[in-house]
Design a protein around this ligand. Sequence first.
Ligand code: TYD
Ligand code: MG
Length: 448
Amino acid sequence: MPFLCAECGHRSVKWFGRCPTCGAWDSFSEIRSDDDEPTEASSWLGEELRTIDRVDVDEIERLATGMAEFDRLLGGGLIPGGVILFGGEPGIGKSTLLLQIAQLVAESRGNVLYVSGEESEGQVKLRASRIGVDNKRLYVLAEQSLARIVKAIDQVSPVVLIVDSIQTTVDERTAGEAGSLRQLREVSSELIRRAKSRRMATFLVGHITKEGAFAGPKSVEHLVDVAVYLEGSRGEDVRILRSVKNRFGATHEVVVFRMSAEGLVEISNPSRFFLEDMEAEPQAGTVVVPILEGTRPILIEMQALVSPTGGYGVPQRRCTGLDINRVLLMLAVMEKHLGVQTGGADVYLNLAGGLETRERGTDLGVVAAICSSLRNRPLSARTAMVGEVGLSGEIRSVRRTGERIREAEKMGMERIIVPGSARTPTGSRIDVIGADRIDRAIEAIGLA
Ligand code: TYD
Ligand code: MG
């Protein structure tokens, strides 16, 4: 097909003034057919073709950055030639974290090239000095042209390349504006080719916005080896780095960071960080929940505040860190199966520390926290709770209960309420109580 939209890559046999797929104007141009047609295989593979049992496994060489948690997320460190898509909303801390990583690699491994298409070298330097990044093997280039970036790569021969960001980099040989899908694909595949041939670990920064420009970096996810996203809310100082794809390791791993004036600081024991004060007296409305982030259980404090709605006001339902629809559902289940009325009350829920979760294992914690606040009675002992709650008030099993129990024990919890079907790990000293319905769970914690 001879015509191609430069914005979205839509192909067509005829020319359009406006792309029927993405709506861009004047974006169609003719492509040479030899660019596109698959060439016929000219030679028989013969001997080269192997059955799977005869394929050798390459030893994967790892380049540890020295940022322990980050290395763990990757499965042991960077891979020479491996390409990492590094996504996140603007202002979340991508450039800061990558400068820190650049510094560590430059200190221990060799040259690093940091290309910024958004900031001048001076601006990069300013940020770098604020967070103590000053290594002599760290090269900085403010550049948007792919051709010149490639020249710089040849000149510096970096061990690690950082391109901040793919949305600002343009390949002059390709039509379309910087950031258009076609440019993103061209720029990414060219950089990926360079990364592989030079065995240079490469970070491609991609901005995502909540309003759907998400399509940008997402559209090159299939090209890269690893995709990680940095998340967090702007007002809070917690950042979560999450892997959504990893050709060299497990996915859905997370690293928790705390922001500081010197950049992001890894938190090696997130449970301790999120449990505000282990020694304090238990408060009404507070419950500890072991949530799962990737494969890792993290204990976190959940707080509820239930108070009568004054006058003829509309009852408020607010929550931070949790799915509001899930919370509304829990209120309905509680009314039906526990006889708990919250129709005349405002309900607020909060996950401590700025963490967000969509995990259903928090359901039981929500129910308990609301009951506790409503009755104005704290839970009777240091208790953690986990379980998904179904519409008929049953408590359903969740993944990796055993690990959550062990984490609760490790963090000094005396007791944990889990789904009735869950098995207690052998040798655990924490009091494990299985409950298959919410009324039984509420009774067990002395709030019935
Ligand atoms: P920045 O790294 O520029 O975000 P991104 O590259 O994702 O757009 O960080 C945004 C701002 O936050 C920047 O002004 C620096 C500041 N910041 C800190 O002061 N400490 C930190 O730990 C981080 C991550 C950022
Ligand atoms: Mg940036």
